[in-house]
Design a protein around this ligand. Structure first.
Ligand code: BES
Ligand code: ZN
Ligand code: ZN
Length: 479
């Protein structure tokens, strides 16, 4: 991570990024003639949109934003340029960089700074031998006078929150079990100023959360159910927004065991939805947004222990309905169902869940976006999609036709926990919607939550997906 700060002057000799519509040398940049001429040539005849110069250790980058792209596309390109710059600066052992924006759009500086800061993330907490590989870059200076202090502060909060979510996802289950995850949320609440209540196993039993409890049967660690609430003195929404996050701290598949390569080996990421919910509450509370939001995270690991639920078991859920559990690897929907039922007591304006729910979502669209579906009205869905475009955490909306409901019917219980061979993400969403009685959007983040190779500023491992999307959504309510 890096801290983004305002600076009123550019120090002579400092590393620089210049964003401009057309290259014109200015004395303020402190560039020598040879460098300025080289950049003029590269951007002129060379038609380059991105030029890097390493002048005896001083790095200069020139970016000419793509005028053919729309504003969201051009912001995303700048974030990606930010990653290239971040990597070059760290390779050069630079500590600071100054961004000069000679275009009229302040969003250009902000998007670039965001990309640099997110790309600067590292997860080296368990690798003491990597001391010399720690990134040197620590401060990103913005000289654009038109940028409001609040925008800089919000950006720092957002980068911090995204990196907090990444950290949680990257922690393995031997470090972060369900109780530790709940502790992390308590600490978020203390740091940012929101209420956190953690229900322990005894309370979960009292509440008869059958879905959460059955997934926990095979585990030696108890489950947790975390309730977070951010309610500032003044807020715009009459009814609260509820966020629900899947908190499976490790998914072995249970008795329906997963294979290891490219499957179980990355299943520490199965609480990425929960991490995103906790980190979003952290961000909106730190930024003091005027919105009332509740976050719910049911958490447990899913293991084939002695008492683990067996395919065929019939489970009574918190809402009293019964589920024939035909596959123990379809555990996420079991724990989320109880959380969605619990959410009814808030009479929510809208409930959004985030879950690494199905391999079918990855098969359908890969890691480039979020699979979405639900029962929310068009305006709410449109707003969230717009946030997806602005943050490049894009939503691909799947159909939610009645026919899919049929596929979840069981002969001996109210429902099965798996559908047929096709439309797996949708049948999973349909299962969840059965436990709602309010406007609802289901986000399947199985693809973008965890990457096996870095994709620009989206780091290898946990990406923190969902945090930037939801922060943007809440920040633009009423606008
Ligand atoms: N946690 C997995 C889904 C997943 C897959 C997350 C890939 C991240 C990357 C989930 O619990 C699961 O195993 N789902 C099953 C459901 C099936 C048994 C109906 C799946 O998708 O195979
Ligand atoms: Zn599973
Ligand atoms: Zn899972």
């Amino acid at each position: 991570m890096g801290t983004i700060k305002r600076s009123s002057t550019i120090t002579k000799g400092s590393d620089l990024v210049i964003i401009c519509d057309k290259w014109k040398d200015k004395p303020g940049y402190f560039l020598d003639h040879t460098t300025a001429n080289y950049i003029a040539k590269e951007t002129g005849e060379g038609e380059k949109k991105f030029v890097t110069v390493n002048n005896l250790g001083r790095m200069i980058f020139v970016i000419i934003p793509d005028s053919k792209k729309d504003s969201n596309g051009s912001s995303e390109l700048l974030r990606r340029n930010g990653c290239t710059i971040c990597d070059a600066l760290n390779a050069n052992k630079s500590k600071n960089v100054s961004i000069i924006n000679d275009t009229l759009k302040i969003s250009n500086s902000l998007a670039l700074a965001e990309g640099i800061a997110l790309a600067n993330y590292q997860f080296l907490r368990h690798k003491p031998s990597a001391k010399k590989n720690i990134n040197t870059l620590s401060t990103i200076f913005l000289s654009d006078k038109k940028i409001r202090d609040n925008s800089i502060e919000q950006l720092n909060i957002l980068v911090d929150a995204t990196c907090k979510a990444r950290d949680l996802v990257n922690e393995p289950v031997n470090v972060l079990n369900a109780e530790k995850l709940a502790d992390a949320f308590k600490s978020f609440g203390k740091q940012a100023g929101f209420k956190v209540e953690v229900l322990n196993k005894a309370r979960i039993e009292q509440l008869k959360m059958g879905g959460l409890l059955c997934v926990n049967w095979g585990s030696v660690d108890p489950p947790t159910f975390t309730i977070m609430e951010y309610k500032p003195k003044k807020y715009k929404n009459k009814k609260p927004y509820v966020l629900v996050g899947k908190g499976v701290v490790y998914d072995t598949g249970g008795l329906s065991l997963k294979p290891t390569p490219n499957s179980m080996d990355m299943m520490k990421c199965d609480m990425a939805g929960g991490a995103a919910v906790g980190a979003t509450l952290y961000a909106i509370a730190k930024a003091k947004l005027n919105v009332h939001v509740i976050g719910l995270v049911p958490a447990t690991d899913n293991r084939p222990g002695f008492n683990a639920f067996a395919p065929g078991d019939i489970i009574t859920m918190m809402d009293g309905s019964t589920v024939e559990m035909l596959n123990s690897d379809a555990e996420g929907r079991m724990i989320l169902a109880d959380a969605l039922h619990y959410a009814k007591k808030y009479n929510p304006e809208l409930t959004i869940d985030l879950a690494t729910l199905t391999g079918a979502a990855v098969a359908a669209i890969g890691t480039f976006g979020i699979v979405s579906m639900g029962t929310a009205n068009e305006k709410q869905t449109h707003r969230l999609k717009e946030s997806g475009l602005r943050t490049h955490e894009r939503l691909a909306e799947f159909p939610f036709w009645d026919e899919y409901d049929e596929l979840m019917k069981s002969d001996i219980a109210d429902m099965k926990n798996i559908g047929g061979p096709y439309g797996g993400s949708i049948t999973a969403g349909k299962f969840l919607a059965k436990f709602t009685n309010y406007p609802y959007i289901h986000l399947d983040i199985a693809g973008p939550a965890f990457l096996t190779a870095k994709d620009s500023y989206r780091s290898k491992g946990g990406t923190g997906v969902g945090v930037r999307l939801l922060f943007d959504f809440f920040n633009n309510l009423g606008k």
